[in-house]
Design a protein around this ligand. Structure first.
Ligand code: ADP
Ligand code: ASP
Ligand code: MG
Length: 413
């Protein structure tokens, strides 16, 4: 793809953690990069941290403090991606491919100042464009940027996908390639569901719902950025680069497919219920304001209809936020006149997604019937126009995904 500011074609390619998990794997991705440079493309290569190294850094930080300082944590986590970008650059140099690695600051990736979940504000491509003139490959450390105070920020778990798509947008490209450890976006997580099949094409809207409800193959924000900038994302398998993969693109470029497209699941959910709340205006606000002040994102919220002017409010959070959320909820009992707070963090969810659901009845009934046949109890139901989510016990998630995959016949083209 030709960038109008520079007169040579550029491609943006991203490799996830499992694709660069050890030295041999880093050498292996150099082969894919070489195919691009041999085709006379200049490549901006975005890399994630090696394997589980981000998790290991988080574990280390927890040994220093239960609640590590957010600024310091972001600097620490950003180092994972620096290890990969420098090693890859060294190996490309060794192969006589002209290259340089850049960290988030050097790559001009400016973000807001929300440590741990920063959003990219803009990318100043001056340095990258300059480096592209002198090199064939610019390796950029994913997942990181810098705030107005010049502090390092990170984009949230899985955020390197967003670095890649935002980089393609900043370089005015029409597409970007994301290499991972499976052959594209599947009808369900192939690790849980043997019969899952790669999806050839999927629109931004459906892909975003899949990602938000647990299909971690792409960072949700990467799809939003792709959709704003009309960038096609091609998801490919690093270990089987000949496999077709999945194209994520604007619905306008696709035929309308009137069926469920995929099943997503989550296994790390905590559920908290505040019981016996006096039912009067302002209650929801007094419950959720303290949680938002503590920077705890809340997912599904259900308020029961009141009896004797008392109501219960149930909400879900991630298991990482669960303990903190329970403490915050407990601390507001007195103020709002509630009777008690209960909770559990052994919860998961399954979602069925497809734009076809908008106009056709019966999808919900099929979903509930499939779960009931497996004797799976539904604790909370939530919906959007193109999604139905059931909150269930974590240990039943695997069975639920497989039952729904069969019920919606997703293994049949
Ligand atoms: P990377 O290290 O390349 O960023 P991730 O681990 O973040 O890779 O994402 C790839 C993983 O996402 C796959 O190994 C797969 O288990 C999981 N996954 C969950 N849902 C899906 C889905 N619908 N399609 C493909 N992969 C999925
Ligand atoms: N290394 C980060 C993570 O593990 C970012 C990424 O892989 O995209 O979440
Ligand atoms: Mg990822």
């Amino acid at each position: 793809m030709l960038n109008k500011n520079i007169n040579f074609p550029i491609t943006v390619i991203k490799f996830g953690g499992s694709s660069v998990a050890d030295a041999d794997k880093i050498k292996n991705i150099a082969k894919i990069i070489k195919i691009k440079t041999e085709a006379r493309l200049k490549a901006v290569v975005i890399v994630s941290a090696m394997g589980r190294s981000t998790n290991k850094l988080i574990e280390l930080s927890k040994e220093m403090s239960e609640d590590p300082n957010a600024r310091e944590l972001d600097v620490l986590l950003s180092t994972g991606e620096l290890v990969t970008s420098t090693l890859l650059s060294m190996h490309l140099n060794h192969l006589n491919i002209k290259t340089i690695s850049l960290n988030g600051i050097q790559a001009g990736i400016r973000t807001d100042d929300k440590y741990g979940r920063a959003k990219i504000a803009d990318i100043d491509t001056t340095r990258i464009n300059r480096e592209l003139k002198n090199n064939d490959v610019v390796v950029v450390a994913g997942f990181q940027g810098f705030s107005d105070r010049n502090d390092v920020t990170t984009l949230g778990r899985g955020g390197s996908d967003t670095t890649a798509v935002a980089m393609a947008a900043a370089l005015k490209l029409k597409n970007c390639e994301i290499y991972t450890d499976v052959s594209g976006v599947y009808t369900a997580d192939p690790r849980l569901c043997e019969r899952a099949k790669p999806i050839e094409r999927i629109g931004y809207e459906e892909m975003l719902e899949l990602a938000i409800t647990g299909a971690k193959v792409l960072h949700p924000r990467s799809i939003e950025v792709a959709s704003f900038n009309n960038i096609d994302i091609l998801v490919k398998n690093t270990f089987d680069p000949k496999a077709k993969g999945t194209i994520i693109q604007s619905e306008s470029k696709m035929e309308n497919i009137n069926k469920v497209r995929g099943i997503a699941h989550q296994e790390k959910i905590g559920k908290i219920t505040i019981k016996g709340i006096p039912d009067k205006p302002g209650i929801a606000s007094s419950v959720f304001k303290p949680l938002s002040k503590e920077n705890i994102p809340v997912d599904t919220i259900v308020q029961n209809s009141s009896s004797n002017n008392l109501t219960d409010v149930t909400f879900t959070v991630t298991t990482e936020d669960y303990q903190k959320a329970k403490i915050v909820a407990g601390s507001m009992i007195k103020k709002i006149g509630a009777s008690e707070v209960t909770g559990t963090d052994d919860i998961g969810s399954v979602s069925v997604i497809g734009t076809g659901m908008t106009s056709t009845p019966g999808y919900a009934a099929t979903m509930f019937e499939a779960l009931s046949k497996e004797n799976i109890n539904i604790e909370i139901i939530s919906t959007s126009e193109i999604r139905i989510t059931c909150v269930i016990k974590k240990i039943r998630v695997n069975d639920a995904v497989n039952a729904l995959h069969n019920a919606f016949k997703l293994d049949i083209e």
